[in-house]
Ligand binder design. Structure first.
Ligand SMILES: Cc1cc2nc3c(=O)[nH]c(=O)nc-3n(C[C@H](O)[C@H](O)[C@H](O)COP(=O)(O)OP(=O)(O)OC[C@H]3O[C@@H](n4cnc5c(N)ncnc54)[C@H](O)[C@@H]3O)c2cc1C
Length: 412
């Protein structure tokens, strides 16, 4: 791998602004928006005014051009205060990446500056009721009709649905093709036939809406097809996830740090057996493990984000590793933080329970952690092709009985 992880001055500046906004507008209101299941428009406005939506947008489209590492730092700061608001912020990048990685120059000039200014919020519509982990099984169709596409069907789990103005929608444009079956098309809020239906009642991240989006013969101009030609949607989706997964991982680091900080404060003040519980060795072990895991996750996330910025060859593997590791850590740390709080940790009166509820989704969305492990394992198997020089160091009988035709992926 190794990449030198050096934060640009702009990344540091944006992270500091994010921390300020998190302290002023996000943390104090987190419980209120969680309970009401309402979007925190006030904090989103502050984020827009401070220029944080510009973070990942290239300079030529009105952004800061600060890259994925800066995006990770900003997301981490927001998620530390409220994991739900961290998602509400990061999903704008997720929805914008298909335009960024696959859009034509005209499309980028049209949509990205509005997103950078925070005038338009974005959503990413890939998943469907019957197509989750297996994104190749999509059923929403887009059929050509003169200068337009007509989109029909339903998407499931659209984060930011209803709040967003711009939707990157993955549709089947060629049902007969295996490799070029899917295209991404931008659908704007208010387009006739496009509606938000079921608003999900979630366990966590309750301040950001997750909805079903319905497309009833929605007519959109062909110029909304992302890219020059149809059939590139699956590739655009995978490229998007490579860029977005360090962002989910950064949400996880923020969430873990937020839970750890609360547990730290509590354990130093809660007295049992005549001493702060932080002096009891078993609590110390929990705190030490939480601290180590959070720090390990943080630096893996930065490495993955740096790999994305460097367009390194191993970006998919790094993104999957960071997503999987950091989100597992967030769940473990949030669980232990509740344990440190004892009975109070189980009560909704205090934010620590919300960290626990919010952490679970991180292991599920943008590819479950089982899927991340598949990506990582396949990538490791491919790496084996470069390890021929180690063959003499495995048992002779294993070398002799090796069958290339049984190798799971390529030469190994
Ligand atoms: C709150 C929330 C927000 C979301 N936001 C968005 C969004 O904005 N846009 C969007 O497009 N999607 C979104 N999603 C969808 C999310 O990405 C999917 O839920 C996720 O990819 C898993 O798909 P699934 O729920 O259909 O589970 P399934 O694919 O049915 O998986 C169920 C279980 O089986 C396992 N599994 C499946 N296949 C394999 C395999 N081959 N090997 C091993 N294990 C396997 C999974 O890991 C999981 O544990 C969101 C989901 C939620 C709950």
């Amino acid at each position: 791998m190794p990449h030198n992880i050096v934060f640009s001055p702009i990344a540091e500046e944006l992270a500091a602004i994010a921390r300020e906004i998190a302290d002023k507008h996000v943390r104090p209101a987190a419980a209120k928006y969680d309970k009401a299941q309402e979007y925190n428009y006030e904090a989103a406005k502050a984020v827009a005014q401070a220029g944080l939506f510009k973070t990942f947008i290239p300079k030529e489209y009105g952004g800061h051009g600060a890259g994925i590492l800066a995006l990770a730092r900003v997301t981490e700061e927001l998620a530390k205060a409220d994991s739900g608001f961290g998602v509400a912020f990061a999903v704008n990048a997720l929805g914008s990446f298909p335009i960024l990685v696959g859009g034509t120059e005209a499309q980028k000039q049209h949509w990205l500056p509005q997103i950078a200014r925070g005038e338009k919020f974005v959503a990413f519509c890939l998943s469907e009721k019957y197509a989750g982990s297996d994104a190749s099984g999509l059923a929403v169709t887009a059929v050509e009709d003169g200068d337009d596409y007509i989109i029909s069907g339903e998407k499931k789990w659209t984060t930011n649905g209803g709040v967003a103005d711009i939707y990157s929608v993955f549709c089947v444009t060629d049902p007969t093709s295996k490799s070029r079956r899917i295209s991404a098309i931008v659908v704007e809020k208010g387009t006739p036939g496009f509606t938000v239906k079921k608003v999900e009642n979630k366990m966590g991240i309750r301040c950001v809406p997750v909805v079903e989006t319905h497309f009833d013969k929605v007519r959109v101009p062909k110029k909304n097809l992302i890219g020059e030609k149809p059939g590139m949607g699956f590739k655009h989706a995978m490229m998007t996830l490579d860029l977005a997964r360090p962002g989910v991982a950064a949400q996880a680091v923020g969430a873990a740090q937020g839970a750890l900080d609360l547990a730290n404060v509590y354990s130093n003040r809660r007295v049992q057996f005549g001493a702060p519980i932080s002096s009891h060795q078993m609590v110390q072990k929990m705190m030490a493990d939480m601290g180590m895991k959070t720090e390990a996750a943080r630096w893996l996330v930065y490495a993955a984000a740096a790999a994305a910025d460097a367009q390194a060859g191993n970006v998919s593997k790094m993104a999957a590793m960071a997503k999987c590791f950091a989100t597992d850590v967030a769940m473990e740390v949030a669980t232990d933080a509740v344990q440190v709080f004892g009975g109070y940790g189980f009560m909704e009166d205090y934010p620590i329970a919300k960290y626990f509820r919010d952490a679970k989704i991180l292991q599920i969305y943008e590819g479950t952690n089982q899927i991340q492990r598949m990506v990582i394992a396949r990538s490791l198997i491919k790496d084996c092709a470069e390890l021929d020089h180690l063959k003499p160091f495995i048992p002779t009988e294993v070398q002799q009985t090796y069958r290339a035709d049984l190798a799971p992926i390529g030469k190994s």
